[in-house]
Design a protein around this ligand. Structure first.
Ligand SMILES: Cc1cc2nc3c(=O)[nH]c(=O)nc-3n(C[C@H](O)[C@H](O)[C@H](O)COP(=O)(O)OP(=O)(O)OC[C@H]3O[C@@H](n4cnc5c(N)ncnc54)[C@H](O)[C@@H]3O)c2cc1C
Length: 411
């Protein structure tokens, strides 16, 4: 039988095999639910991965979610603990830089989170899914779909029809599922790009992540295992494009200048890549028999490292709603279950995306009054211990996250 003639059945069809989509698949598959994941770019095996420069700083709740998939042990060794977060507000001609160090130990935590390459995490999640009998990974893309009272039928780009009870759109910022479900999205282009790469350095990083606030955007150094760090360097488009055309030694000199001697001599470990930055928020997370998650539902600026953390909380909450429905013999794609998912995620997504958007506009400029406010704000948070502790706890365990998987409980 050719794939075109094949008519497959599953409980949940996940469009998009990025880290969040695969996390959902692994969680549901471990309960015996039949899950099909479809992606036009299937991940490489973990053994073939050479970490690229794009990493994700994952907070404790996200690590708990990943642990519950059973994939974390495979990839933990590729990550580094974030024990101190330092913020440096650049000075001007008349003022010195202001620096505030937030130590996890001061908040009674072993670390704020773990920084790990995206590609490694995705490969480990894919291997975990491949090891679960009820999870199938397919190469392809969803072209169209139609929902009815009993399920949803999706047609893939090779003509294969897949029948499921629920279709999950985890297919990234240009989501076809969002479009096909008729869900609008608010978008803002920042006119900035994030340049990412790994660097090797002569001085140890001491598990300190340092974020320099500069007029073009933040420049952030995030620890990796050994004397290696990942860089997230945000600049306005024209400047980012110009830096990307520099010869290797000139680019390394630019990195040397921006790391301000903190790490000694620095060398590139990976080829720099540039990521256009925008914000996006879908007007709804659900349509009939459709749920959106991760960047299909929300894209945030990398300042504050919220994107994948938010996305993993989507995966955990959706998995919990589906698991509870299945245990109670309910229809896992019904409106009432999807409404509950949307209700539980709304406040977390809204506060994080509005908060990050405001912070981005506050940080990426050189307007005098805003610079003074930033410096005063940083000094205030740094100087008042209860405020420091609140800021640290809110960053690690957000108040709006009610997922039991984030707390380390079972699905
Ligand atoms: C520079 C940078 C730094 C970041 N740092 C952090 C950080 O420190 N911490 C953090 O939490 N977040 C961070 N993020 C955000 C994080 O990387 C994203 O939130 C996360 O990768 C989003 O995952 P996703 O699966 O939604 O999207 P993607 O990773 O884009 O995956 C979408 C998947 O869908 C597939 N797909 C596309 N179209 C289709 C289709 N038609 N049908 C089926 N599949 C399809 C793609 O092939 C892909 O595999 C950062 C982002 C950037 C740009």
């Amino acid at each position: 039988m050719t794939r075109k003639e094949k008519h497959e059945n599953c409980d949940v069809l996940v469009s998009g095999g990025g880290v969040p989509g695969l996390t959902l698949a692994a969680l549901l598959g471990s309960l015996g639910l039949r899950v099909t994941v479809i992606d036009p770019h299937p991940p490489q095996p973990l053994s073939a991965i050479h970490p690229d420069g794009r990493t994700a700083a994952l907070m404790a709740g996200s690590v708990n979610i990943l642990k519950s998939t059973g994939a974390w042990d495979q990839c933990a060794k590729y990550g580094a603990a974030l024990e101190t977060l330092a913020i440096v507000e650049q000075g001007s001609r008349h003022t010195k830089p202001v620096r505030a160090d937030f130590r996890a130990g001061d908040a009674g935590l072993p670390c704020f989170g773990i920084n790990i390459p995206n590609s490694t995490l995705r490969a480990a999640m894919a291997e975990r899914c491949a090891g679960i009998r009820s999870v199938e990974l397919l190469s392809g893309a969803v072209e169209s779909f139609a929902a009815d009272d009993f399920g949803i039928t999706a047609t893939l780009n090779d003509g294969t029809a897949i029948r499921a009870r629920l279709l999950v759109g985890a297919d990234g910022r240009n989501s076809k599922v969002r479009e096909g479900g008729g869900i609008n999205a608010w978008e803002r282009a920042y006119g900035q790009k994030a340049i990412t790469c790994l660097i090797r350095h002569s001085r140890p990083h001491g598990n300190i992540s340092t974020e320099f606030h500069r007029p073009g955007g933040p420049f952030t150094i995030v620890p990796m295992p050994g004397q290696v760090s990942s860089i997230v360097w945000v600049e306005y488009d024209d400047d980012a494009d110009a830096f990307m055309t520099l010869r290797r030694q000139d680019f390394e000199q630019a990195l040397q200048d921006r790391t301000e001697g903190l790490l000694g001599t620095v060398h590139l470990e990976t080829t720099p890549e540039a990521w256009p930055l925008k914000a996006l928020r879908a007007s709804a997370l659900i349509a009939p028999r459709v749920a959106l998650m991760a960047e299909a539902a929300h894209v945030v600026h990398p300042l504050g490292a919220q994107g994948l953390n938010l996305s993993l909380r989507d995966a955990a909450t959706l998995a919990e709603e589906i698991a509870d429905a299945a245990r109670n013999g309910l229809d896992i794609g019904s409106h009432i279950i999807l409404r509950q998912y949307e209700f539980r995620r709304r406040a977390d997504i809204l506060t994080r995306s509005l908060g990050t958007d405001n912070l981005t506009r506050m940080v990426s400029n050189d307007i005098g009054i805003l610079r003074h406010l930033r410096r005063a704000g940083l000094k205030t948070v740094d100087g008042i211990p209860p405020l420091r502790r609140f800021a640290m706890h809110e960053g690690v365990t957000p108040g709006y996250d009610d997922s039991r998987l984030s707390r380390g409980e079972a699905l």
